[in-house]
Design a protein around this ligand. Structure first.
Ligand code: IPD
Ligand code: CA
Length: 278
């Protein structure tokens, strides 16, 4: 029988190496905010720092002699080792690149591991806040953790007291915003911090009560790791119709979702979002 890989320490090592690799570049990256190096596989402009962070992840895995298929926001799909179909590593090397280049201290590395390129096949996940040394991890059926402390979502059920994250970062605001007006009117605090993987972990960790992204532009590379962390913490993440998400993992595959701390607040949110027939 093949030896199973103990992924969690390897993902932690990836995080350490990303941090080491990007730290000397940070000052320069802020000066060169506008310098793009082309378009990444996910469709957004790539910065030097994204490429360096991805290299740090790949080099760490190759250094451990692991065969894997990389599914990355930056370089797309790449195969490493002789049995690259045995492991899929879905990564957003830096989630929140705009925050990073503008000096806003909120960005993360997101890495998910699965045996198949499917969202619900992810078995090990890490989302690491690279500024505050806060690392969220999860393994399937073993719970979710912040720096080794087990986490759970909030018990908040009233929107009048809730903190709800909404990503409205889209040129299609005229189409998207009206769907959310009733929800916004009822909610006490609205947030968007600029790194969606980390914002999903905040729901898992009880820091916020929900996070909503119905723009149709967020990639599975940004959400794969946080998806497992949300589920393992006991929070919920569904489609607008309350259905399970089971998207394929691919740099071009996009998602819309509602993530909430508990069933009650989830149902309230779903009932307030106005759905537009496609
Ligand atoms: C971005 C962040 C941001 C969201 C964008 C994403 P990136 O990720 O998650 O919060 O509004 O749509 O693209 O590009 O920095 O990996
Ligand atoms: Ca990114």
């Amino acid at each position: 029988m093949k030896n199973e890989i103990d992924w969690l320490p390897i993902l932690i090592r990836c995080r350490e190496n990303v941090k080491k690799r990007i730290t000397p570049l940070l000052e320069n990256e802020r000066k060169q905010q506008l310098l793009n190096l082309g378009i990444g596989a996910g469709g957004d402009p790539i910065k030097q720092i994204d490429i360096e962070a991805e290299k740090a992840i790949v080099e760490t895995l190759v250094g451990q002699d692991i065969s894997f298929t990389l599914i990355s926001e930056e370089s797309g799909i790449r195969e490493y080792g002789e049995n690259s179909g045995e492991n899929y590593v879905t990564a957003d090397p830096i989630d929140g690149t705009t925050n990073l280049t503008r000096g806003i201290p909120f960005y993360a590395t997101s890495i998910a591991v699965s045996k198949k390129p499917k969202l619900d096949a992810v078995h090990t996940a890490l989302v690491a806040d690279l500024i505050h040394d806060t690392t969220y991890t999860a393994e399937k059926r073993k719970g979710a953790y912040r720096n080794n402390q087990k986490i759970s979502p909030s018990k908040q059920t009233t929107l009048e007291e809730a903190i709800v994250g909404i990503d409205l970062n889209t040129y299609k605001a005229r189409e998207i915003a009206p769907q959310l007006t009733s929800l916004i009117e009822k909610t006490k605090h609205i947030r968007h911090l600029g790194a969606n993987a980390l914002e999903l972990c905040y729901v898992a960790d009880g820091k916020t009560d929900a996070f909503i992204d119905i723009r149709g532009k967020l990639r599975t590379t940004d959400t794969a790791a946080a998806f497992l962390i949300i589920n393992e913490a006991g929070a919920l993440i569904t489609t607008l119709d309350g259905k399970r998400l089971n998207t394929k993992l691919h740099p071009k595959e996009k998602l819309t979702f509602i993530a909430s701390a508990n069933q009650k607040i989830h149902e309230k949110i779903l009932s307030l979002i106005k759905r537009v027939e496609a």
